[in-house]
Structures are given as structure tokens and as C-alpha cells.
Design a protein around this ligand. Sequence first.
Ligand code: HEM
Length: 426
Amino acid sequence: MTSPPPPPGCPAHTPPPYRSGPSVAARLYGPDFAARPEAVYQALRALGPVVWVDLAPETPALLVVDYAACLEVLRDAGRFSKDSRRWQALNQGQVPPDSPALALMAWRPSALFTDGPEHARLYTAITDSLGQLDPHVLHDTVIACCEPLVEEFGPRGRADLVTDFAIRVPGRVLARLFGCPEDVGARMVRGVGGLIDATGARAQAASQDLSACLAGLVALKRDRPGDDLTSWMLQHSAGLSDREMVDQLVLLVGAGTVPTAGWIASGLKLMLGDPRFAGTLKRGTVPVQAALDEVLWRNAPMANFSIHYAIEPTTVGGTPVPAGVPLVVSHASSNLQTHRLYGKTVAHNRAHLAWSAGPHACPAQDPATAITKTAIETVLDRVPGMRLTVRDEDVPYRPGPFHRTPASLPVAFAPVQPSARFGDHP
Ligand code: HEM
């Protein structure tokens, strides 16, 4: 049997030996992978349900690329732990301390890295508090965060919808939902921006400043509670300490910003660049939800994550998996594999793994959907007639294994004067 040729970024068939152990089938970083991840996933699925990849230079992991195998990992908390202190190569000093993968994988005392009852306690405090958000207030909050951004770029007649809009919306919305006073909110947004864009010492400094800023917010809300997420989490029967509160707020803002920005940007790309959606836009009917569903299936904003560690040597989908190796769930690969089974009928179909599954599934699915949908509707409504100034297929994506986010989305439009547009929202 002859195999298809490996795509760029995927030296799949004669993989070089990786150190003394695994053979790495693909690199999930760099421009080649960012340009054509679908081809890499397809080639990896041909090799098996679980394959060795590099997440960054000298940072190997096992990628679970098959849908059923992903569910096997996500649903078996008895065999697989989220605690990255089990990562043997890291503990043995084999992972470079400046590996960019560490920004998301290094252990922190948050729900993301806990298991069992400890996780349930933190997760319930988060989900119950998110459940208290009033959808109408959230809707108005998102519009209030989007309008100043549109006001800034509207008069120019051109914009980059990633840097001028998508990447800036989630942090601003979360700052308001947390009940941040204006100066604290601005500092939080700066801290998150630093985490996203900086590396090494600058990222570390941004992370420290973000924690310090959120510690100030927790102290403020203990003293003077308000009608906001921070106060609801503090009042929750789980009884979170101040330290635990800061760690969960860092998780919320860290986990919420990039995937939501990616979803907004990919949704806008589809609405503006795909004739199926661009056509409906011209007719004035805007099926944003259908575009958002399609993004979750075809371009999962958290492409590869939900990292687990086998507690004992085991198998996944029949493939041997050693203990203490990062087992990365490919939401993107399993969605692309399954998407084909559903053909064109993915709108409203929620069998995808874009939100993950099992005990660690994203607790913010409803608010994240509301933020994304309202942000897209607002910018399309306030800036009519936007058109992409690059071909849809030339839109670049941010490199890296975990997120799927356009790097820029340049558009042009007839300049919008703020005074002409912004008086009409209550
Ligand atoms: C307001 C925006 C968001 C917030 C506040 C948020 C918050 C969180 C939190 C706190 C977790 C950790 C849950 C746990 O480990 O128990 C999480 C997990 C997750 N979220 Fe979200 N999220 C947001 C948006 C999104 C979006 C837009 C996506 C992609 C469509 C997404 C995908 C995921 C996935 C795949 C996980 C599982 C991660 C893992 O287990 O390693 N999230 N989210």
C-alpha cells in the first residue's frame, strides 16, 4: 500500500529519532503548520489514533487525533490526570526552560490543572458564578466594549479586524464582568496582552502584574462586593481563599481571551470572505450563528489542548501510551475527521469537541457564544460594506500548536463618522 506524500511541516513517513525515545511525526509550530494544519492532521490520522508530535522545539507530546480516542481520554478521569506536575520530561530537565509551550502547560494552582473533588469544587464556583450573568446585561456590555473600538478605526476607512477589534474585545468584556474599576480593567487588559504577545522575561513580568492587579481586585470585592463575577465567586459556598480567587481569575481571563478573539476573527473571516455568507450579508440577513457553528467544526479556536497525563502506562485507541507524557487532545483533528460524516449540516450540530468534553469542558460556552455573536453583529452593523483587502485564502494565521486564530484580517470600507452612527444604541 502506498501512503500519500507528507504535507509541509509533516515529515511523516521517515521521522527522525527524537532524542533516545519517540519518533516525531510532525511539528505543530512554525509557518508551514499554521498555513495548512488540515493536511497535517489528515496525514497524522493515517498513522494512528495517537502520534508523537513536537509542540515546540524539543517539546514532544502525544497528539490524540482520532475522535473516539479523544473521548476515551476526556472521559476517563481515573486513568488520565490534568496535573502537569506529572510531566516526566519537564521534571527531568529535558524540556528547554524557554519552550513557548510552557506558557500554557506549566502547572498553576487553577481548575485547569486539578482532578477529582478538588477540581469539582473550583469548577462549580466558576460555573455557578458564570450562570448568574444576565444575558441582557452581557449583550449591552459587549456592545459598550465594541463601540469605542469601532469609533477608533471607523473614520479611517480601513482596519485590521484582528488587532483593531477581535483581540481587544474579550479582555475588555471580561474586565467589566469581573467588576474592575476602570484603571484596574485597563491594567488587566495590558497584562493579558503581555501574556499573549510577549515571550520570556516580558511574559513573566506581564503574568506577575496580572496576578498583582487581580489580587487588588479580590481585596476590593471582599471589602465592597458588587453585582459582578468576582463578588459571586467570593460569595460562593466553595469558600475560595483570596489566593485561589486570584488563580481562578487568571485562568478565566487567560482561557477566555485568545479563543474568543480567534472565534470572533474566524467568524468575521467567514462572514466577509466566504461567498455563502458574504451573499447573505448583502441581502441583509446575517446568519452569524451558522458561521460560528461552522468555525467550531472547521477551525476550532482551541485547536489542540485538553492536555492529560496517563497515571500508569496504558493504551489509547489501542496505542501504547507511557505515563507522564503530555497527551494533547486534537479538537481540530477530531472535528475535521467527523465533520465529513455530517456533510453540510453542521449548523446547530454540537457533536464537535471545540469546547472539549468531560469534566474539564469549557464552563463558559454560553457567555463566550454571546460575546462572540454580539461582537460580530455589532461590527457588521456599525461598519456596513466591509470587504477583505486580501484573498480569503491568503489570510495568515498565528503560529503555534494550541490556538487557531487569524493573525490579521485587513478590511476596507467607506469611512464611518462616529457622530453619524453611535447615537442610536440605548
Ligand atoms: C469568555 C470566554 C471564555 C472563558 C471565560 C473560558 C473559560 C474557561 C475555563 C475556566 C476553562 C477551564 C475549565 C477546567 O479546566 O475545568 C476552559 C476550558 C476550555 N475552554 Fe474555555 N473559556 C472561554 C472561551 C472559550 C472559547 C471561545 C473556546 C473555543 C471555542 C473555549 C474552549 C475551551 C476548551 C477546549 C477548554 C478545555 C481546556 C482543557 O481541558 O485543557 N473556551 N475555558
